[in-house]
Design a binder for this molecule. Structure first.
Ligand SMILES: Nc1nc2c(ncn2[C@@H]2O[C@H](COP(=O)(O)OP(=O)(O)OP(=O)(O)O)[C@@H](O)[C@H]2O)c(=O)[nH]1
Ligand SMILES: [Mg+2]
Length: 297
């Protein structure tokens, strides 16, 4: 196509403000998992969208927080890498619970990229309060534009898409037209399972768990795929919680992931979940390599 334009944008902000939900809404399909638990996103994930002649690579990033452990440091390092690699940033703020102190310093340290402000979750906030918030933030930082959206209800998303297309400089598309993510399917499948664990075991499990797809076998002639995954937890006492009585909890997760994965890959999926206790997985370099996270960040 003539006049191609290409842009890389980092979607950044505090944990739980709706960055992943926004990326999914912009892409038009789920590419990144979202949950009510803060620190759901563990590494940068690229979602791709096309608007007119522009292809936009949106990097969903882990939220800003002060890390205490190795995994947290790796997550923060990854987020900063995304900012450095991008031409622009969408700074997402939860308008129902704005936490600006955490957000602005990240931008002021990166003056060579433009930023737009996205006030998300407007479905929860009265209009006058939104306008005051937008005004106040714009006096604190020179944003290119301000958007008020509900990523969850897909309200206001088209305005951001049009804006991003306008900001995209001339340049060849880096990805094929029909590609929506750079995340390999086996990693995405593992994320789907982790998302369920975060949603169903809000209190008990999330940070203690990680998921790995250990087997992926396509039976093309039957239009079926066999997927096996390990859910790693850190303590034996977490096992019965995750399994539930007679295994009903883990079966629920299995059914639900199997169904979503079948829809995504358009073939029948047989999913096998195995719960493993490995207390030191957050110190295991193999997990960092799998997700392209920097082990010694
Ligand atoms: N009411 C409302 N809830 C939203 C909206 N956008 C996201 N959420 C919810 O906010 C929670 C966090 O969403 P995520 O997309 O996971 O947030 P995130 O910023 O990616 O979070 P981390 O990856 O943990 O940093 C989820 O429960 C979403 O459903 C919105 O526009 N309105
Ligand atoms: Mg996220």
């Amino acid at each position: 196509m003539a006049n191609q334009r290409f842009l890389t944008v980092a979607v950044i902000g505090a944990p739980n403000v709706g960055k992943s939900t926004l990326v999914n809404a912009l892409v038009g399909q789920k590419v990144s998992i979202a949950s009510p638990k803060a620190q759901t996103t563990r590494c940068n994930l690229i979602g791709l969208m096309i608007e007119g002649e522009a292809q936009i690579a949106l990097t969903d990033t882990p939220g800003f927080f002060a890390p205490r452990e190795r995994l947290g440091r790796a997550m923060q390092y990854d987020m900063r890498t995304a900012i450095k690699a991008s031409t622009g940033a969408l700074l997402v703020i939860d308008a129902s619970w704005p936490n600006i102190e955490q957000s602005l310093p990240v931008l002021t340290g990166n003056r060579n990229l433009w930023s737009a402000l996205v006030l998300n979750k407007i479905d929860r906030v009265a209009r006058p309060k939104l306008l005051t918030l937008a005004q106040s933030l714009n006096t604190q930082f020179p944003f290119e534009a301000t958007f008020m959206v509900s990523a969850l209800k897909q309200d206001g998303i088209q305005d951001i898409r049009r804006f991003l297309a306008k900001m995209a400089p001339e340049g060849a598309w880096l990805y094929p037209e029909d590609q929506i993510t750079t995340l390999p399917l086996r990693l995405f499948a593992a994320e789907l399972t982790r998302e369920r664990v975060y949603k169903h075991f809000y209190q008990e499990i999330p940070y203690a768990c990680t998921v790995e797809t250990t087997q992926w076998e396509d039976f093309t002639f039957k239009n079926e795929t066999r997927v096996a995954q390990h859910i790693y937890i850190q303590k034996n006492s977490q096992r019965p919680i995750l399994l539930g009585q007679n295994g009903e909890k883990i079966h629920g997760i299995r059914e639900s992931v199997q169904k979503e994965l079948s829809t995504v890959i358009e073939r029948k999926v047989h999913l096998f979940l195995h719960v493993k206790v490995r207390d030191n997985w957050p110190e295991d370099k193999a997990f960092y390599d799998l997700w392209n996270l920097h082990y010694n960040a």
